[in-house]
Design a protein around this ligand. Structure first.
Ligand SMILES: O=C(O)CCC(=O)C(=O)O
Ligand SMILES: [Fe+2]
Length: 283
């Protein structure tokens, strides 16, 4: 019997009695989904999963992205898995050593932002290298009525080049990634298709609001990001080998912290569940 234990005040639940090496039953999938809708981040500990197990688990919750928007970071032989590592891979220095270094929601710079992400820890950093998550439903609900009415009408323009450390990557890959992902506007407030909850959809990768200048937008973006990431709205995950963390990208943001020795191994595998089509290109 699967049990859920809350992990912080604002979001996150640990689920026990799941073995990723086995296929999930219908009832289990439903229970996990309910916890997911309620808590936005779910954590499984002490797993002994291989790439096939991660893919099978993730596919129980939707279709997987083959990561065409960032095609250079796919695991050899597994296009539905992204390898996030400090170590060389596919015979080259890692281009994913600095993934996720500012608050964001995955694939928000695409026309099909990720519904959810499933991240498996093969090897954690020896010390540090935690990931933090914040609750964007709560961020929306704790705004004043007036501010909610303002953000209800906004469209966030997402720009992949605002990904922290983006220009430290290989120059030709940077150019190709920008070509594949031109700036795109999404509603700044989205309704979750499963739970019906409204969530704020802004991040540190938003350049401005559509129809507004960057000078006008910047103070509002900064306010919303700092409001959303207040301590009481955050769960901080300290990784152990065999952890699986699944987050809903429609109701959370996350950031991968840099407080570890990046010459040491930190190795993760990520599957990404495709979300609904959304947004319009702003040119
Ligand atoms: O490495 C991490 O902890 C998370 C990186 C990230 O942003 C992601 O996998 O989407
Ligand atoms: Fe991410």
């Amino acid at each position: 019997m699967i049990k859920a234990k809350p992990l912080s005040y604002a979001l996150g639940a640990e689920l026990t009695s799941i073995d990723m090496r086995e296929a999930l039953g219908e009832q289990d999938i439903q229970l996990i989904q309910e916890t997911w809708h309620d808590q936005h981040v779910i954590v499984l500990r002490n797993q002994d999963a291989n790439p096939e197990d991660i893919l099978r688990f993730a596919r129980s919750f939707g279709s997987l992205d083959n990561h065409e928007a960032t095609p250079f970071y796919r695991m050899e032989g597994y296009p539905h898995l992204m390898e996030i590592t400090t170590q060389p891979f596919n015979g080259r220095p890692s281009e994913t050593r600095n993934v996720g270094r500012n608050w964001h929601s995955d694939y928000s710079y695409t026309g099909r932002p990720a519904a959810a992400s499933v991240l498996y820890c093969v090897k954690p950093a020896p010390i540090g290298g935690d990931t933090m998550f914040c609750n964007m439903v709560r961020a929306y609900e704790t705004l004043t009525d007036k501010m909610r009415r303002i953000v209800d009408d906004l469209y966030s323009v997402y720009d992949i080049s605002l990904t922290k450390g983006f220009y430290e990557r290989d120059a030709s890959e940077v150019a190709e990634t920008k070509r594949l992902n031109p700036p795109i506007a999404h509603p700044s407030v989205r309704v979750h298709p499963g739970s019906g909850k409204k969530a704020l959809y802004v991040s540190e990768r938003v350049s401005h609001f559509h129809g507004m200048t960057s000078e006008e937008s910047r103070p509002i973006i900064d306010f919303l990001c700092s409001h959303a990431t207040k301590h009481e709205n955050v769960y901080r995950h300290q990784w152990r080998a065999g952890d699986l963390v699944c987050w809903d990208n429609r109701t959370t943001m996350h950031v991968a912290l840099t407080d570890f020795d990046q010459s040491e191994v930190r190795h993760m595998l990520r599957a990404t569940i495709i979300g609904e089509e959304s947004g319009f290109l702003v040119g």
